[in-house]
Each structure stands twice: as C-alpha cells, then as structure tokens.
Design a protein around this ligand. Structure first.
Ligand SMILES: O=C(O)CCC(=O)C(=O)O
Length: 255
C-alpha cells in the first residue's frame, strides 16, 4: 500500500477542509481545528503522558531529542494504542497533505511539555534545516493540545506568512528569542489541533503558570526527503506493529 492509498482508505480528501480553511493555511501557514479529541481522550492522555514520563525518567525523549525546561517523550506510536489516532485522523491529514502532498510519511510522533515557573522558551525556528522557496514544502506538523494553550502557560508563537519568506529566522533576526510585533500566540482548548506548515517561523514560549503545558506533535515529511527523524520500521515493537492498522503502518513507513 502506498501512502496515497492509505490516505484514500482513511477517507482523506481536500473537501474535509473548507475553501476558507485551506486559504487560511496557505496564507498564514497554520490552521486551528477545534474538537478533535474528546474530553475523555484528553483526560486519558494527560495521565498517560505523565505516567510515561515517570516510567522513562532520565531516558525520556532519547529516541528524538531532550530539551532543558521541558519534558519530551518520543516514539509515542509505540507507547499507547490511542496514539494511532494522532496519525490517522482524516481532517488533520487533509491539512498535512494540503501542505506537502500525499506522498508522505511520519517523521516523528512526540510530546513536549513546557515546564512551570518560566521554563520552555524556544527561539523562533522552522522544523527544516534549509530555507525553501514558497510552495516547495517538505514538512508539516500538527500540534495536539493536551492542555488549554494560553498566553500565560506558553502557547506556541508563530509568525503568520513567514513560511513564504524563503528565509530562516536565524539568518535574518538579531535575536530569535525575542518576540517580534507580528507574532501570534496560539491559544486554544485542550483537544484542539493546530496544523502548521513546518517552514513557518514558530517557537515554544515560557510557561508562567504552576502547571505543565502539554502538547503532542505529529510531524510528517515528504517521502524521499533528505532527513527523517525516526525510523519507525526499527523503532516500533513487533507487538505494536501487530496492533496497528495497515494504513497507520504505511503512513509510519513501518511495513
Ligand atoms: O511546544 C511548543 O510550543 C513548540 C514546540 C516546537 O516548536 C519544537 O519543539 O520544535
């Protein structure tokens, strides 16, 4: 099965997003979509992410990336059956494929919690090493809000339209940690998802509350691109592979 066939079998097609939603994504580089996870799923995931962080301890995030001021967990597809939903939800995949086409694979499925009391600030960055000309996009992300995102707790910031600049923030900004006047802070209810073109300039912000701000990132890449974060064929256990649908295994390039 190809990724296009897997997407078709999951019922993914452009009409799952309205014309306005597609235009907003094209123009601004991000698209908030409400009510993707149920309240029960959010409650379950909060517990499960905390539990995984506890179990993994200092090794948490090792499959991908560790970052001071955060708790990161990686290879989530291997760690709970509910994470299959994060790579097979049709409306989210409609957003991803709108940006990078249908010949895609999962690069990584990970979580990032900005820890309380001022931690978690990131510089503005893109999720690709090079600048790309407008329209030639390689990567697209979806951030799943496991807690409400607010200005106070470190909701992600984005610079609308910056994916079309063909420049990397570190090449043109004096200080990537600063907040330029045109930045927008993504706020939203737990259970919603923001699809964003990963060439968009964005970054995590400091969490100024007393509770962690948790999000899950499903990060897709065009097949054949020069860099893929996780090799799911290697990383997924045989037990997980036996439980996942053929569509999920295909999108994770784990067959
Ligand atoms: O957690 C966030 O707010 C953004 C995370 C992010 O952009 C990253 O880790 O590359």
């Amino acid at each position: 099965m190809t990724s296009s066939e897997a997407l078709q079998s999951l019922g993914v097609h452009p009409g799952l997003l309205s014309t306005n939603e597609r235009s907003f994504l094209d123009e601004n580089g991000y698209l908030p979509l409400d009510g993707i996870l149920t309240e029960d799923e959010v409650a379950y995931l909060r517990n499960r992410l905390d539990e995984l962080a506890e179990i993994e301890g200092d090794a948490a995030g090792n499959e991908l990336h560790r970052e001071e001021g955060t708790t990161r967990l990686a290879n989530l597809l291997d760690k709970d059956p509910l994470f299959e939903k994060f790579i097979t939800t049709p409306r989210i995949l409609a957003g991803i494929t709108h940006v990078i086409g249908t010949d895609i694979q999962l690069s990584s499925l990970s979580s990032r919690a900005a820890l309380p009391n001022g931690q978690g600030q990131q510089g503005l960055h893109t999720d690709w090493r090079e600048a790309v000309p407008p329209g030639n996009y390689f990567v697209c992300n979806a951030v799943w809000l496991i807690d409400d995102y607010t200005e106070e707790n470190g909701g992600t910031r984005v610079i609308p339209g910056s994916h079309r600049r063909g420049e990397l923030p570190q090449d043109v900004l004096k200080d990537c940690l600063a907040g330029p006047p045109d930045q927008v802070i993504l706020s939203g209810r737990a259970g919603s998802v923001v699809v964003f073109n990963s060439h968009l300039w964005h970054g995590g912000r400091a969490n100024r509350t007393s509770a962690p701000r948790r999000g899950v990132l499903s990060y897709f890449v065009r097949r054949g691109a020069s860099y893929i974060q996780n090799d799911h064929k290697q990383l997924l256990s045989n037990e997980t592979k036996a439980c996942l649908s053929t569509e999920a295994l295909t999108l994770a390039a784990a067959l």
